[in-house]
Write a protein that binds this ligand. Structure first.
Ligand SMILES: [Zn+2]
Length: 308
């Protein structure tokens, strides 16, 4: 058995065992249903060929769980200062990989279960007439280009913005920065759409172009605007979005010291990203998810643990 095959088996067995025992029902929350068959895909799938969607064996209760966890993700990102009035997080629909779930146009800190809307990959809301996010095309563009991606975050984090306008490339320099991968490309909207846009991703052509620049990476900076992050699960994309600005902050501080800065090596990045201890169904992942959710005041949305 190849190492890759071993990782896949381990991930699936571990996840099933977890769910059967129901020791922490949050596991399903973090891995979201369709991620089961793609468990071997690393959070940073850079340079790996995208895989087609696998058959989905999800239920309506999985959709309810997905919506609940999307609300938690919104609140976490707001509380951790990744997003403010603007910015958003989405999840590929558990029953239909050609659709995704995203809140209506409302700030993430305010998002409630009733705010979550289903969209087609072209950004058309399904049975909902409330105002959508203007930049929803970021999400559909990435889901269409990357079948391995099941969750997307877009944010305007101030910490990463200098790297979107500088020739100094954003690189992982701290261990939790590894999730962004070795390469973080910069998308300049002016390259294809000229110098008279408002910088926002306002249509599918721009969303698709952004996804092309993201390519097989986990994160793309948007010149003078923000970033888009993509991952196989909601937990992984939230983790990436929380730690990328912290990594950027440390990187900037080190650059100001004036010495030579040493980023993580490719081997260190791979060990962090592909190691089994931080997969979505692990105690370490659940620890972070519960911690973030409690800090954000949405612990009541976490699945109950046995005996409670
Ligand atoms: Zn934006």
């Amino acid at each position: 058995m190849s190492n890759k095959s071993k990782r896949r088996s381990s991930s699936i067995i571990g996840r099933r065992g977890f769910m059967t025992a129901a020791s922490l029902a949050g596991a399903a929350a973090l891995t979201q249903p369709v991620a089961a068959e793609s468990g071997s895909i690393a959070p940073n799938p850079a340079h790996k060929a995208a895989e087609p969607p696998k058959p989905v064996a999800a239920t309506s209760s999985d959709v309810e769980l997905a919506i609940r966890n999307l609300v938690i993700a919104n609140r976490i990102l707001a509380h951790e200062d990744v997003v403010d009035a603007y910015g958003h997080v989405s999840l590929r629909h558990p029953l239909n990989p050609e659709h995704y779930l995203l809140a209506r146009s409302r700030s993430p800190e305010q998002i409630e279960i009733g705010d979550i809307v289903e969209y087609t990959l072209d950004g058309e809301p399904v049975n909902d007439k409330r105002a959508p996010y203007l930049e929803r095309f970021i999400h559909g563009g990435i889901y269409a280009a990357r079948p391995d991606v099941h969750a997307v975050v877009h944010a305007h984090s101030e910490e990463v913005l200098p790297f979107s306008i500088s020739t100094t490339k954003l690189r992982p320099v701290i261990h939790d920065g590894a999730f962004m991968g070795a390469e973080v490309p910069v998308w300049d909207i002016a390259d294809k759409f000229g110098h008279h846009t408002n910088l926002l991703v306002s249509n599918m052509a721009q969303g698709r172009d952004l996804a092309r620049r993201l390519a097989g990476n986990s994160m793309v900076l948007m010149r003078g605007h923000g970033f888009a992050a993509a991952a196989p699960s909601l937990y992984e994309v939230v983790r990436l979005a929380v730690y990328a600005p912290k990594n950027a902050h440390v990187f900037q501080a080190a650059l100001l010291l004036g010495g030579k800065v040493k980023p993580l090596s490719k081997g260190e990045i791979a060990a962090r990203v592909e190691g089994p201890s931080l997969k979505p169904d692990t105690p370490a992942a659940l620890r972070a998810w519960e911690y973030w959710a409690r800090r954000a005041g949405v612990a009541d949305l976490l699945p109950p643990q046995p005996g409670k």
